[in-house]
Ligand binder design. Structure first.
Ligand code: PMP
Length: 378
């Protein structure tokens, strides 16, 4: 029995998604598969209010690269608002593409003040502003609506990394003025990893047209757009079973309802945090920047990272260590996708046991009880 996977992606895969994944594989131009692919894209466009979307094999990082190289030319400047490892990664991708990235940073767990972003946009003309919606290294969530208003004010293309937020936190492209959302499937969509997803606006596509040639072939939107119109055509073989699984995941999202899904994530986050607080654990993320999709928890004095996580596995729960500035100082729990209070209670139970094993005193059930009380009363 594999441990319950409570890291910030991949997340537990629901039974119906596992079943969808397990079908005998279809030929990628089979009419039945073409219909599933199309339905999946239509559902995703609805979720994101997207004019266009590309979904194919890859991961979040490929989506980031595709988002950038189709909209910005080598030698042009972009502003990256970074709240951790994944914001910084955009700076590295830009560098690899010969794009000049100015990276705005802040202390781990906080967010870059809007006033600072506005000053930067005022002082210089950037081709794009890039923001990670939820940085998975620090748990910090950016105010993507307010940043969108600034991007609009300064007429700058607006790119959002939705990886650790999509399908759990609202990302309505039209309402928020987002031009490109780069994302993937193994977090709040709750499928196994392996897909690249890029949603974009008409304005972003226009920008792609203006660029002429781009430094990519598999990554070139123009090679994929005809396939997204008619998945019966061939460009590169898509991961058939994963797309069937994603279609099931999209169905689950739409059946639950977007508002209901977003509010369930808030309720789950409140419950787990009430449990953590009840046993004296503190978050590494500032209150005003907390994302509903994960919690980054500071290790209390005397609790050691490797031993703690090894203990968690003994209790059949897998959590993630800290990365970037929080390496060795914090652990991370993903609480997004198709999970509910049961998984939270199990996770808190394993935390209580593992802390006790490490010599940190916990009253049995203190975290668990507080979490489900909060769930009930939310
Ligand atoms: N952006 C964010 C916010 C992420 O959390 C991750 C992965 N943890 C990525 C990008 C990169 O995604 P992938 O690992 O699928 O390449």
């Amino acid at each position: 029995q594999a441990p319950l996977v409570m890291i910030p992606g991949p997340t537990p895969v629901a039974e119906s998604i596992r079943q969808a994944m397990a079908i005998q594989t279809y030929g990628h131009t089979y009419s039945g598969f073409v219909a599933i692919y199309k339905e999946c894209l239509t559902g995703l466009k609805q979720i994101f209010q997207a004019d266009h979307i590309i979904v194919t094999g890859g991961a979040g990082t490929l989506a980031m690269e595709m988002g950038l190289l189709n909209t910005v030319r080598a030698g042009e400047a972009v502003l990256v608002v970074s709240h951790g490892v994944f914001g910084d990664r955009f700076g590295l991708i830009a560098k690899a593409l010969g794009i000049h990235a100015e990276v705005l940073t802040c202390p781990a767990g906080q967010v870059v003040p809007l006033t600072l972003i506005e000053e930067k946009l005022q002082a210089k003309n950037y081709k794009a502003i890039i923001v990670t919606h939820v940085d998975t290294s620090t748990g910090a969530m950016a105010g993507i609506r307010a940043i969108g208003q600034l991007a609009h004010k300064f007429n700058t293309l607006y790119i959002v990394d939705g990886v650790c937020a999509s399908a759990a936190v609202p990302e309505p492209m039209r309402d928020f003025g987002i031009d490109v959302i780069v994302t993937t499937c193994q977090k709040a969509f709750g499928t196994p990893p392996g897909l690249t997803m890029v949603a974009f606006s008409e304005r972003a596509l226009q920008r792609r047209e203006e660029l002429g040639n781009v430094p990519g072939y598999y990554s070139d939107w123009k090679n994929w757009l005809p396939i997204m119109e008619n998945p019966g055509l061939y460009f590169s073989t898509p991961p058939v079973n994963l797309i069937v699984a994603l279609q099931e995941a999209v169905k689950i999202v739409l059946a639950e309802g977007l508002e209901e899904r977003y509010s369930r994530h808030n309720r789950i986050a409140a419950s787990i945090r009430a449990g953590l607080a009840a046993i004296g654990l503190e978050l590494a993320t500032a209150q005003e920047a907390l994302a509903p999709t994960l919690s980054v928890i500071k290790y209390p004095e005397g609790v050691e990272d490797t031993a703690f996580r090894a203990n968690m596995e003994q209790y059949d729960v897998f959590v993630a260590g800290g990365i970037g500035a929080l390496k060795g100082k914090a652990f991370r729990i993903g609480h997004m996708g198709n999970i509910c209070i049961n998984e939270i209670v199990l996770t808190l139970y394993a935390i209580e046991r593992s802390l006790c094993a490490g010599g940190y005193p916990v009253i049995p059930g203190a975290a668990v009880g507080e979490a489900w009380k909060t769930w009930q009363c939310y």
